[in-house]
Structure formats: C-alpha cells, structure tokens
Ligand binder design. Structure first.
Ligand SMILES: [Zn+2]
Length: 78
C-alpha cells in the first residue's frame, strides 16, 4: 500500500469511528472495522431517548485498536 493509500484508509477508519455504530441493548456494540464486540469505556446519560457510549476495540489485529481510537455508539432508549 502506498503512503497515500494508507493515510486514506486510516482517515476512513477514523470517520467510521466518529460516525458511530448502533448499540443493541441485548448484545452491545460491534467494531465497524473488524466486527468484534467492543469494550465500553464511557456511558453517558440518556438524552432525548438516546444514550451515547464510547468504546474501545480489543481485537489484537484491528486497526481501530492499533490507532487507539474510541468508537461512539448510540442506543435508542424507549
Ligand atoms: Zn475492531
């Protein structure tokens, strides 16, 4: 991979993590890159029926973990 290609790939991963994933109440949130279940680092209070959480990927081979990125998740709370 060229340096430019690597940078583009990293930017795409960062964007996915910032955009966030859905948090399923029974299951949790999955990494947008490798699909592993994520460890929760921060849980926010419910606002307007939504709860935000922040997660880390713990998969040893995942670029999200290598970059030390936090992944946002959104849970819809009835
Ligand atoms: Zn991952």
């Amino acid at each position: 991979m060229s340096a430019e290609g690597a940078v583009k790939a990293i930017v795409a991963v960062v964007a996915k993590c910032e955009e966030g994933v859905e948090y399923e109440t029974d299951v949790g949130a999955a990494c947008p890159e490798c699909g592993d279940m994520l460890a929760t680092t921060t849980t926010r209070t419910i606002q307007d029926g939504l709860r935000e959480r922040y997660h880390k990927c713990t998969c040893a081979l995942c670029i999200v973990r290598m970059l030390g990125l936090s992944i946002k998740s959104i849970e819809k709370v009835e």
